[in-house]
Design a protein around this ligand. Sequence first.
Ligand code: SAM
Ligand code: SF4
Length: 340
Amino acid sequence: MSHPSFSNPNNAFGPPLIDNFNRRIDYLRLAVTDRCNLRCVYCMPAEGIPFMPRDQVLRYEEMERLVRIVAAMGVRKVRLTGGEPFVRKDLIHFIERLVTIPGVQQVHITTNGVLTRPYVSQLKELGIAGVNLSLDTLKPDRFQQIARRDALPAVLETFYALLEAEIPLKVNMVVFDHVNSDEIVPMAQLAKEYPIELRYIEQMPFDGGVGRSAEHFNYARILQTLQEAFPDMHPIDLPESTARIFRVPGFKGRLGIIGGFSRVFCATCSRMRITAAGQLKTCLYDNGVLDLRALLRAGASDETIARAIREKILDRAADGYEAEQRARREAAASMAEIGG
Ligand code: SAM
Ligand code: SF4
């Protein structure tokens, strides 16, 4: 499909997206599937979530069209997530198309790394801007306990292949009490040895309804644990980052803490999300504010879709607390549907 109106990505659909709190929205997180080959305990129940019938998941052409539209509205960074992006067939061909979209300057991927290794050289060739690899533990038995699958060796192969390819690498570790909180310091050694960003993630209430809040290990406790182990650690200021970033003298990489549950980064949030079902989310904590799939499949024009998106961006919640209140969440969503 050709879109002549996209030749000038800055002007096609009006000025860049700025929300009702003067936050510039230039980052899209796109969930390419809700399916996954792992069953992480903080993300979904052992039996999985009821995955959507395939025809309810956006087709690649539909996703590409949406990315073209939002890129014309000023989105510069796209992150592919899921579910597990690499369980979706032909992902690499989709990425080949994404990187050519006018206006899109960076394509990133968040992956569990199990199926990723064979694609690393192609990702490098395509100029992928970075990979976030989920890795909650370095212990095989614990990996099996957390992910309910025995896949640590495959993930580590991906880790080393990404390093070797010099693709910017961030490692995401979801921290929870009595499960892997004793690995906060050992995992930091990865950032000592390699030029990566090791990010500790506060557990959020998106586990498909399992409810493990008793194991919550919050931002403050993660910070305290790190400060005790690394007294020379000091914060560095990165505006618009959702992580607080720290340097430790002697480390090749750096450390970060993502306080998603404490909602410490809402004031500078620059992101929107599209779920695999084509729901637009203007906050992690909302329930979806616009059914883009319905618009696409009803034959809406690019201009109509752009206008509908802008309207929702101009009605964003101030922060995750307000979004949560507005959503009056009925059922606990899974992060695999939302995309993290
Ligand atoms: N499957 C891919 C992966 O695991 O990297 C991409 C999707 S996953 C939903 C994206 C990120 O969300 C992962 O880093 C994962 O650890 C994180 N995540 C999932 N459930 C979470 C929860 N309840 N709280 C905090 N982070 C969570
Ligand atoms: Fe799958 Fe990622 Fe959720 Fe784990 S966190 S179950 S790898 S989507």
